[in-house]
Design a protein around this ligand. Structure first.
Ligand code: FES
Length: 111
């Protein structure tokens, strides 16, 4: 399936232990994170509980903690790590020529 590359930022603009958001289209943001160990991850930015922006939450190990009510989500699987059920979509990510990209299937981008 064709893939769209969504440019996030220069690699140097995302420090270890931080997140930032990128707008896909109105009403849809993806949160992009770099763990303290340097791994990059991309997940839907809206918390499934009440919609808080996950990119503002602290990164603890391989999880991000929602800043509003502290639900925690695995950056690898998108699943809530506190209890079963809630999860966010996870997207592939790549670095090319010093820039970070999120990869979206064209089907995703049309939603
Ligand atoms: S909005 Fe994220 S835990 Fe409530």
């Amino acid at each position: 399936m064709p893939t769209t590359r969504l440019r996030v930022c220069a690699e140097s603009e995302l420090a270890a232990g931080t997140g930032r958001r990128v707008l896909v289209q109105p009403g849809w943001e993806i949160g992009v994170f770099r763990t303290r160990e340097g791994a990059l991850h991309a997940i839907d930015n809206a918390c499934p509980h009440a919609g808080a922006p996950l990119h503002n939450g602290p990164i603890v190990g391989g999880d991000v903690v929602c800043p509003l009510h502290l639900w925690s989500f695995s950056l690898t699987t998108g699943k809530c790590t506190l209890f079963e059920g809630p999860e966010v979509e996870v997207y592939p990510i790549e670095v090319d020529a010093g820039y970070i990209y999120v990869l979206l299937e064209e089907e995703d981008a049309d939603e």
